[in-house]
Design a protein around this ligand. Structure first.
Ligand SMILES: [Zn+2]
Length: 248
């Protein structure tokens, strides 16, 4: 039976001479693997829709082992972003993260909205790509139930003077509980930003900017928390970081 799913292409790989295997994040079934017959032929109607980070509606048929894509109506190729190398690396990275967290038969809607909105945000010159990255990382952890506790002190429960972030205890400490620890000192504005990322719906997440100091704090806190929670090296961001350091 053929059905329509809404989703985004996370990655695609060639199979045989003319075909492709596509991994899609869908609203309906979470992450699915789909076979796109003839998608590598120049005149194939599936040629364009099988590129990574293509968003749209896909007509799929469920086979015994995998889905088959019969047709696609692309709604967004994110063409603005494709001309910007920096943005493209981040887009690949966000797709890699979604591929890591998503599974088949989950409700993929939240993750799909996060991915869609983050790719849109990468195309906007007003937003810093580093900030978009930290928002995506923290929100992806939050969607998957692995967020840090940032609304009250993990030790005494106080909501006042939250001044330290502990990677090990996975949350914030107030000034008096955190004083003797060697945890990360964190500003009120940075705590507020962490709370805001966790509390805000994905569709409204990419609407604010932060100071350079807060951005640096987010890099430190979210970067280290991420490394602590996610046991995987992501190739796309590794390549990009080396390029940024001038190593390539
Ligand atoms: Zn406390």
């Amino acid at each position: 039976m053929q059905e329509n799913v809404t989703g985004m292409v996370l990655k695609s790989s060639p199979i045989g001479e003319y075909d492709k295997r596509i991994v899609l994040l869908t609203k309906e079934y979470g992450k699915i693997s789909a076979f796109a017959k003839g998608a590598r032929k120049q005149d194939s109607p599936l040629l364009a829709c099988s590129q990574p980070f293509t968003f749209g509606k896909f007509a799929v048929f469920r086979g015994r082992h995998s889905f088959h894509i019969n047709a696609a109506a692309v709604q967004n190729y994110f063409t603005g972003l494709r001309s910007d190398l920096d943005g493209v690396y981040y887009a690949y990275y966000f797709c890699e993260i979604a591929d890591y967290f998503a599974a088949e038969n989950i409700d993929g809607l939240e993750m799909l909205i996060l991915l869609y909105q983050s790719l849109r945000a990468l195309g906007l010159p007003s937003l810093d790509n580093h900030l978009i990255r930290y928002i995506v990382e923290l929100k992806m952890l939050a969607i998957n139930g692995e967020m840090p506790r940032v609304f009250q002190c993990v030790c005494c429960g106080s909501k006042e003077e939250l001044s330290y972030f502990s990677i090990q205890k996975q949350g914030v400490f107030c000034k008096s509980c955190g004083e003797d620890t060697k945890d990360i000192r964190i500003s009120e504005a940075a705590v507020f930003t962490l709370q805001k990322i966790i509390n805000t719906e994905c569709k409204s997440l990419f609407t604010f900017a932060v100071s350079g100091q807060v951005l640096e704090e987010l890099r430190n806190v979210i970067g280290n928390y991420w490394k602590n929670r996610v046991d995987k090296v992501f190739h796309s961001i590794g390549i990009w970081e080396e390029a940024e350091k001038g190593l390539l």
